[in-house]
Design a protein around this ligand. Structure first.
Ligand SMILES: Nc1ncnc2c1ncn2[C@@H]1O[C@H](COP(=O)(O)OP(=O)(O)OP(=O)(O)O)[C@@H](O)[C@H]1O
Ligand SMILES: [Mg+2]
Length: 232
């Protein structure tokens, strides 16, 4: 068996005097969806921010055999870890295509065509202001833009946040498509049910620690998880 694509050991994140992530260890295998679920304030976003190099962190982060802890964000993106930020951060006053062009960073325009193939709705809306898209379409745009960097690991922070149930389903359908295409993902979600259904591996985070791990199926079948995170 090949080693995991990402290996995180004893990761710690602190904001001033407050430690938000208290030494978590987990792994992400290539070609799999790994999910991190947990309540508000558990430290999920902080964990992703540490992986992206956006906050200083203690511990070890190995990506594809290389130690990337402490590397600056641009070096991490270049190594192949690309994050779709929470809240999507698309540029509302620019067109869909302009938003995608920013993700292209000098790559061939043919990559843009493949983005439109993957997300036909974005092709139809390419000349519209991104701010005029629906929440679900904006999420597609953010994901499409991240994919233009050709990530080897895609980090997603709450992609379904604030979306209507039907749109949430569409976002998860998109993630399932990406999974079938072999894109490795680390997904942070409060929609634990959908995240666990999609995920190969899953971790539960509570108060800055990982308290449970298993396959998505394992955790779906766990009574404690059901009670706390699946509403019954
Ligand atoms: N920039 C910051 N400065 C200070 N404290 C922060 C900062 N960002 C997060 N925290 C604190 O760190 C803890 C973990 O926050 P984090 O955003 O990582 O949790 P989360 O699991 O992503 O929560 P949510 O579900 O609300 O997104 C919280 O107590 C939060 O208040
Ligand atoms: Mg968060």
């Amino acid at each position: 068996m090949s080693p995991p694509l990402l290996e995180v050991e004893d990761l710690r994140v602190r904001y001033g005097a407050v430690e938000a992530v208290h030494g978590v260890s987990f792994a992400v295998n290539a070609g799999e969806v790994t999910t991190l679920i947990g309540a508000n304030g558990a430290g999920k976003s902080s964990t992703l921010a540490a992986l992206s190099g956006l906050v200083p962190a203690g511990g070890r982060i190995r990506f594809d055999g290389r130690d990337i802890a402490g590397a600056p964000p641009h070096a991490i993106v270049r190594a192949g870890i690309v994050q779709v930020p929470e809240g999507r951060e698309i540029l509302a006053q620019m067109t869909v295509e302009e938003n995608l062009l920013m993700g292209l960073r000098g790559r061939a325009r043919s990559d843009l065509d493949s983005a439109y193939e993957r997300f036909p709705i974005l092709g139809e809306r390419r000349a519209l202001l991104a701010g005029s898209l629906s929440g679900g379409e904006q999420q597609m745009l953010a994901i499409a833009r991240a994919l233009l960097a050709r990530p080897r690991l895609l980090l997603l922070d709450e992609p379904s946040l604030g979306l209507a149930p039907l749109i949430v389903k569409r976002v998860f359908d998109t993630l399932a498509d990406l999974r079938r295409q072999g894109i490795t993902m680390l997904l942070v979600e409060q929609n634990a049910l959908r995240a666990l259904r999609l995920a190969d591996r899953a971790y539960v985070m509570e108060l800055g620690k990982l308290v449970m791990r298993g396959t998505g199926q394992d955790l779906l079948g766990d009574e404690g998880v059901a009670r706390t995170y699946l509403g019954g």
